[in-house]
Design a protein around this ligand. Structure first.
Ligand code: NAD
Ligand code: UDP
Length: 309
């Protein structure tokens, strides 16, 4: 099959491309390299089944493909808040352009949505039926509301034009190739430990997150794309940790004597987050396999290798 991956030079996109290439698909990576890097896809350059196009998805593009994995969008708060108007445009105009393309060429379209559509949830864990608790005017809104309108657009293209859609609500994902400076918690704690700096916990560290290893997530995305269910379907690892527990875990693995310091909690930071993955289990036969312990070991090894160069 010929498959387009928008945001393919990014963290999740490049792992997805690795899997698709190994399965002998023809893959087109579309990326403007805002947070993606050429090194993430360099091993496929020159392969006749692979093509990389530098393009900003807020502009339309004409291509012929069978499937579209739509991942392009900055995902970490530091990057999506750098130019919040652009973030909203990427989510709305970018998704509109990609759905228009899917409609024209009759391609199946998968949207990488997010647990952020649940905002600061008052239902725990979060099932897909929960409609969320999102601030429309806060500093996270460009991303959260952007993904919500992207979901709305996807379902309206499905109902109005018959586009085959799949919507994944991705929960916090980590692994090799995360940018060391993207401000996300796993990459921050690992980079800080490597640099001998104190680990920065925001607030008291009592807020919770559930961390999914990237290979599990990619597996879930592919099962969703290949299956018969539109979704939305939660994809994440339901093992829940407080941020302080995560800091202690990474410190103990990397640098047991390292100090943990506390910094102010950012505005609208969700207090708890854990996916209900009943649907993914029953409808897709998907279940995350990699424990946080093993996933962190892999991630730390790759960061150590990359950051020493
Ligand atoms: P990432 O920042 O590593 O990847 C995003 C990619 O999109 C980058 O390669 C970037 O250069 C590209 N991009 C950004 N704006 C673009 C534009 N206008 N035109 C073309 N390309 C553009 O992030 P990621 O963690 O790999 O996330 C991928 C997708 O998964 C995103 O849509 C994100 O919202 C979603 N997601 C990720 C997580 C997570 O924990 N990583 C959680 C929920 C949802
Ligand atoms: N966080 C932290 N220290 C850091 C970076 C993040 O305590 O150095 C916290 C952040 O406030 C949030 C959690 O870790 O409560 C997860 O943050 P991240 O940006 O990784 O993801 P998101 O908030 O989007 O779930």
């Amino acid at each position: 099959m010929r498959i387009l991956v928008t945001g393919g030079a990014g963290f999740i996109g490049s792992h997805l491309i690795d899997r698709l290439m190994k399965e002998q698909h023809e893959v087109i990576c579309l990326d403007n390299f805002y947070t993606g890097t050429k090194s993430n896809i360099s091993k496929w350059i020159g392969n006749p089944n692979f093509e990389s196009i530098r393009h900003d998805i807020t502009e339309p593009i004409r291509l012929e493909v069978d499937r579209i994995y739509h991942l392009a969008c900055p995902a970490s708060p530091v990057h999506y808040q750098y130019n919040p108007i652009k973030t909203t445009k990427v989510s709305f105009l970018g998704t509109s352009n990609m759905l228009g393309l899917a409609k024209r060429i009759k391609a199946r379209f998968l949207l990488a949505s997010t647990s952020e559509v649940y905002g600061d949830p008052d239902v725990h864990p979060q099932p897909e039926e929960y409609h969320g608790n999102v601030n429309t005017i806060g500093i996270r809104s460009c991303y959260d509301e952007g993904k919500r309108i992207a979901e709305t657009l996807s379902f309206d293209y499905h109902r109005q034009h018959g586009v085959e859609i799949r919507v994944a609500r991705i929960f916090n994902t980590y692994g090799p190739r995360m940018l060391e400076n993207d401000g996300r918690v796993v990459s921050n704690f690992i980079a800080q430990s490597l640099q001998g700096k104190p680990l920065t916990v925001y607030g008291e560290g009592s807020q919770t997150r559930s961390f999914c290893y990237v290979s599990d997530l990619v597996d879930g995305l592919m099962k969703l794309m290949d299956g018969d269910h539109t979704g939305p379907i939660n994809l994440g690892n339901p093992e829940e940790y407080t941020i302080l527990q995560l800091a202690q875990k990474i410190r103990d693995k990397m640098n047991p004597g390292q100090e943990i310091i506390f910094k102010p909690l950012p505005q609208d930071d969700p207090k708890q987050r854990k996916p209900d993955i009943t649907k993914a289990k029953t409808l897709l036969g998907w279940d995350p396999k990699i424990s946080l312990e093993n996933g962190l070991t892999e991630t730390i090894a790759e960061f150590t290798q990359r950051l020493k160069v």
